[in-house]
Design a protein around this ligand. Sequence first.
Ligand SMILES: [Zn+2]
Length: 217
Amino acid sequence: MAQIANDGENGMPQLARASPRKLTPEQTRRFETYMGEMLGALGLDLSSPGARETPRRFVRAMYDATQGYEGDPKLITTFKTECHGGPDCELSQVVEGPVPFFALCEHHALPFHGTVFVGYIAHEHIIGLSKLTRLVRLFARRFTVQERLGQQIAQTLQEILQPHGVAVYIEAHHTCTQMRGVRELTPSTRTSFWRGHYEENPSLRQEFLRMTSPPLP
Ligand SMILES: [Zn+2]
């Protein structure tokens, strides 16, 4: 049976720790007023039945879309593997994904969305797909950029699993450029991040990238 490691706040990576946000009812009402003023000035007819509640819904949607700032204490549960770092298991990589995500670009507060693939070379711990999905959401549901998202996923996997290496591949569409008529030369932005053995071993990187293709639409 699997054994739980790093239970509790002490063993938890800094970025996964719970830190609830405080938004008072008075603040929320004020933000809704601001949003109504802005959306109305931009052209939304706030008196129409469909839009009357839009300022309130918008503030709520932004709040929900940035839940990652509150941390995720459930994320930390990892499981012992059979392997204790022998030569065979050391070189076998685990690749998981695609994990879909939605994030808000910190430059425009508009969504960017796509998929994440994660690879690692396990030492004593492995992480299941549901935990990995939690990890991706923890950092995606924030105001962020694609580069930081990848670094934080890689860094936290490193801390939780202490593997021999971590690889993260992200492919995303950025609505902040796509919605506004900027001509795009490529339909998506692709980034990769390497830690440990992946940094030194090109064939591991190639194998990982092969396992993450074909690219998603
Ligand atoms: Zn942007």
